[in-house]
Structures are given as structure tokens and as C-alpha cells.
Design a protein around this ligand. Structure first.
Ligand SMILES: NC(=O)c1ccc[n+]([C@@H]2O[C@H](COP(=O)([O-])OP(=O)(O)OC[C@H]3O[C@@H](n4cnc5c(N)ncnc54)[C@H](O)[C@@H]3O)[C@@H](O)[C@H]2O)c1
Length: 319
């Protein structure tokens, strides 16, 4: 089993690589090679892993990477929401042109691999029904969402044409995101859990009534692996689908923190309303109907408590 991961040095790429190395098999076969593609070095030492520091948008790069064509490709490389909005050219270059370069290289290569693409719930735009069904029309309200929508359409059509066998998984917001705080408007959803867990204060810029849908990085990796292993016949022609999340209010997130880490941790959250962030977040979806993904066997986190516990196990005190 030969696997290729683009965006391998990113938060989810590193966790996916770790999972594949630890499990050692995919689609019932032992993994003998994992090619890790990113513009920065992917920090992993393992005899099956081969790192390539390269830009998937570069001329001829995708063609070169596909010699030979892997059995499974996880396409995670991307410019995420805040940056894609601030730098339109960069978002288009990586999220659209880079994706097309990879998909087109497959058109002219030998083999038809499973391609798992990490899309986003940003493909949906308000006004929303509650919950948002899997087949709700795609009317993104950000450049990032538009770019993911274009990539979804490419994936579906290249799959229909038999170029490859694609599955696009729309991830909800990933929390608890490890590492240092970032400038994303959604950053506080992770920050209000991550910072108090190490005794630091965290700022809450929105009301406790704000509702949002979350998946742990652990579940997101599980979704990617499951997408790689899914039977094509079960998927039919609708190749992009919304992944399950845990829909909770910010108040329920804080209650979960108090249950898992104690009331002292929860008391480190400082309310500092920010109308700009509140306005952005107010336009985001709250809840999804993900029955299709559940029927196909994608397994979500049990609760927000479980999301916090997964973070503690995987990122605070890794075994
Ligand atoms: N984290 C989330 O909440 C979330 C939610 C929905 C979808 N996603 C999607 O999941 C994927 C992974 O997300 P993440 O949180 O790990 O993001 P990340 O920013 O941590 O990782 C993305 C990686 O892509 C790499 N990259 C960017 N341009 C590249 C290029 N031209 N060539 C090669 N590599 C390039 C970056 O260097 C980075 O390491 C992305 O496609 C993202 O859009 C993430």
C-alpha cells in the first residue's frame, strides 16, 4: 500500500501520518510507503515515510510526485480560511490551482487511486435551514468556501470520468486545535479550552449562547482513514459529504471543561465581547444533518467532554 499526503506538515497532516504509521495498514494492506508533501519539512522519522519539501502548484511537481501513482492520496494541502480571505491570489493558487494541478496530473498518469480531499463546511452560506442537510445548495460566503466548493466539483467530475476515485469530506471546525493561538476568527473555540488546561487565561469574545459544530483532530483523522477505506459502491455519484460534529453552545463547551478539568479551569475564561468576531461567527452554521455520513460508518466524537479528553490524551500528555 502506497500512500501520498499533501499538506503533511500541517496540523491534521501530521496527525494523519502518525495514525497511519502506528496502525501500519490501510484498506486491509500493509503500508509500505508514505510520501509526505508540504512546502515545509514534515517532522517524522520512520522508514516508510519519505518527505518532499515542494509546492504542489509548481510546474510539473504533481506529475513528478505521481511516479508511480499511489494507491491512496490524501489531499490536505491548503490555505485556510483567514489567509484565503486576506490573500485572494494565494488562496486561489493553492486551493484551486494546486488542487487542479494534482487532479490533472492524475489524468495523464497510470492508475486510478482513491483520493480523499478535506473540504469544509464553509461551502455552505447563510441563510441556513437548521439543521443543514448534506444536499443543501452550496452558496459559500467566503473565498475559502468558494475554493473548497470548486475543488469539490472537480473531485466529483474527475471521479465521474474515471480519472480517480474521490471522496470529499467536509470537516466541521476542528477543536481542540493544539499549539499556539492563531488569528482565525474561530480560534477562541479552541482557545477557551486549550489555555485554561495549562492554567492560562483565555478570552471569550462572543456570547455563551453561540452554537457551533466541532470535531476533534482525532475524529477528523478517523474520518480521513474511513474515507480512504469506504466502498465506492456505497458512495454512489455524490462524492462530497458533510462529516458529523458535536453541536454545542460555548456555554456547553465551558460546562464540559469544568466537568473534565474542574471549576478552576473554567474560571480562567474572561468574557471580553468583540462585536467584529461576534458578527463573523453569527453568520456561521450551527448544526448539520449528517445522517448520510453516519450511515456510511463515519464515527463522531461522543460529546464535547470526549473532545477535551481526546485533546488531553493526544496533545497534552501523549504516550
Ligand atoms: N482545521 C480545521 O478546522 C479544518 C476545517 C475544515 C477543513 N480543513 C481542511 O483540512 C486541511 C488541513 O487543515 P489543517 O488544519 O491541518 O491546516 P494547516 O494549515 O495546519 O495545514 C495545511 C498544510 O498545507 C501546506 N501547504 C500550503 N500550501 C501548500 C502548497 N502549495 N504545497 C504543499 N503544501 C502546502 C501548509 O504548509 C500546511 O502545512 C486543509 O485543506 C483545510 O482547509 C481544516
Amino acid at each position: 500500500m502506497h500512500v501520498l499526503i499533501t499538506g503533511a506538515a500541517g496540523m491534521l497532516g501530521r496527525k494523519l501520518t502518525r495514525r497511519l504509521v502506528d496502525v501500519g495498514t490501510l484498506r486491509g494492506s500493509p503500508i509500505d510507503r508514505i510520501d509526505l508533501i508540504d512546502i515545509v519539512e514534515t517532522p517524522i522519522e520512520n522508514s516508510t515515510c519519505f518527505t518532499h519539501v515542494t509546492d504542489i502548484c509548481g510546474p510539473g511537481v504533481a506529475t513528478e510526485l505521481l511516479r508511480p501513482v499511489p494507491d491512496v492520496i490524501f489531499h490536505l494541502a491548503g490555505v485556510v480560511s483567514g489567509e484565503a480571505e486576506a490573500d485572494f491570489d494565494k488562496g486561489m493558487a493553492v486551493n484551486v490551482d494546486g488542487t487542479r494541478a494534482l487532479f490533472d496530473a492524475l489524468r495523464f498518469a497510470e492508475g486510478s487511486p482513491r483520493v480523499v480531499f478535506t473540504s469544509s463546511i464553509a461551502v455552505f452560506g447563510a441563510p441556513f435551514p437548521d439543521p443543514i442537510p448534506d444536499d443543501f445548495h452550496l452558496t459559500p460566503l467566503t473565498s475559502y468556501g468558494m475554493e473548497k466548493m470548486v475543488a469539490e466539483a472537480l473531485l466529483a467530475d474527475y471521479t465521474r470520468r474515471g480519472v480517480f476515485d474521490g471522496v470529499g469530506i467536509r470537516l466541521p471546525t476542528i477543536s481542540v486545535r493544539p499549539g499556539t493561538p492563531n488569528a482565525a476568527a474561530s480560534g477562541f473555540f479552541s482557545g477557551i479550552i486549550r489555555e485554561p488546561l495549562v492554567g492560562a487565561q483565555a478570552v471569550l469574545p462572543v456570547s455563551r449562547n453561540v452554537r457551533h459544530s466541532h470535531a476533534s483532530p482525532r475524529s477528523a483523522v478517523g474520518y480521513m482513514v474511513h474515507a480512504a477505506e469506504l466502498d465506492s459502491a456505497a458512495l454512489g455519484s455524490r462524492r462530497n459529504l458533510t462529516m458529523p460534529g458535536v453541536s454545542v453552545t460555548v456555554g456547553e463547551q465551558i460546562d464540559a471543561l469544568a466537568r473534565v478539568a474542574g471549576p478552576d479551569a473554567a474560571s480562567l475564561i474572561v468574557e471580553a465581547p468583540d462585536p467584529v468576531i461576534a458578527d463573523i461567527v453569527g453568520g456561521w452554521p450551527e448544526r448539520f444533518d449528517t445522517q448520510r455520513a453516519l450511515d456510511l460508518g463515519f464515527t463522531p466524537d461522543e460529546s464535547y467532554d470526549a473532545i477535551i479528553r481526546a485533546y488531553l490524551e493526544d496533545d497534552v500528555a501523549p504516550s
